[in-house]
Design a protein around this ligand. Structure first.
Ligand code: PGA
Length: 255
């Protein structure tokens, strides 16, 4: 699984259903034959079934932007891993900083979502972590990353067959238009990897985990990230909303 890098388009709540379907079609036309990269599109909940139809029979996969921690029951407004699978998802983003901020998602909620997703064995979680500017400025980044990983994955048993993606997204870089320096991303990825190694052992981390970067990646700055050994892929927001830009980013990281 380590061979191919992965690039995930996070469309957030920026497109209508109609626009999501149109963009998915354009991306399929342009990128379905890219064999040296794994491509994942993450539309809003309502666009999932439609985009899923468009992606059928192509190597492009789909991710949801959130999931609930129970499989079924009286949980008004929530969506389970199994329902996402039915809609055609094979990945799910969990714990994005925008949800932590606007929906008050806390460590426990994120932990439960990850646990249930892994137990359900139908989706690969993409777990978002990252420090804010204050934490970065006061030299607490390493601890914050360590803590967020522990809170997210502590006590969870990872079966051999399960895959997990950890997305390092420094909050201060998201949507800012400026990615962090590639060297800084490389360093943070090392911290994440060492923490995971401690928790799960080297062999398990090598075979089951991927660590990707997210935060203002664009065609203009992606080159700096494409040669970094510890960066297994990218989570792309703004630059995934245009098929040409997203293609350029994917092409650069595939190398
Ligand atoms: P951005 O978003 O690329 O627009 O900074 C990334 C993300 O939030 O996943």
């Amino acid at each position: 699984m380590k061979n191919k890098k992965i690039v995930i388009a996070n469309w957030k709540m920026k497109l209508s259903v109609f626009e999501s379907l149109a963009l998915a079609r354009k991306i399929v036309d342009k990128m379905r034959d890219m064999e040296d990269i794994e491509i994942v599109l993450s539309p809003n909940f309502l666009a999932l079934p439609g985009v899923g139809e468009i992606l059928k029979g192509t190597p492009i996969a789909m991710a949801a932007q959130d999931v609930f921690w129970e499989m079924d029951g009286a949980y008004t407004g929530e969506v389970s891993p199994q329902l996402l699978r039915e809609a055609g998802c094979s990945y799910v983003i969990i714990g994005h900083s925008e949800r932590r901020k606007f929906l008050m998602e806390n460590y426990e909620m994120i932990h439960r979502k990850i646990k249930k997703t892994l137990e359900a064995e139908v989706l690969t979680p993409i777990i978002c972590i990252g420090e804010n500017w204050e934490e970065r400025k006061t030299d607490r980044r390493d601890f914050v990353l360590f803590d967020q990983i522990q809170q997210a994955l502590g006590g969870i048993k990872v079966a051999d067959s399960r895959r997990i993606i950890v997305a390092y997204e420094p909050i201060w870089a998201i949507g800012s238009g400026t990615a962090i320096e590639p060297e800084e991303a490389e360093y943070a990825h090392k911290v994440i990897k060492l923490t995971l190694n401690d928790m799960f052992g080297l062999a398990m981390v090598e075979s089951n985990f991927r660590i990707i970067y997210g935060g203002s990646i664009s065609a203009a700055n992606v080159a700096g990230f494409s040669d970094l050994a510890g960066v297994d892929g990218l989570l792309v927001g703004g630059s995934s909303l245009d098929e040409e830009e997203f293609f350029k980013v994917s092409q650069a990281i595939a190398k």
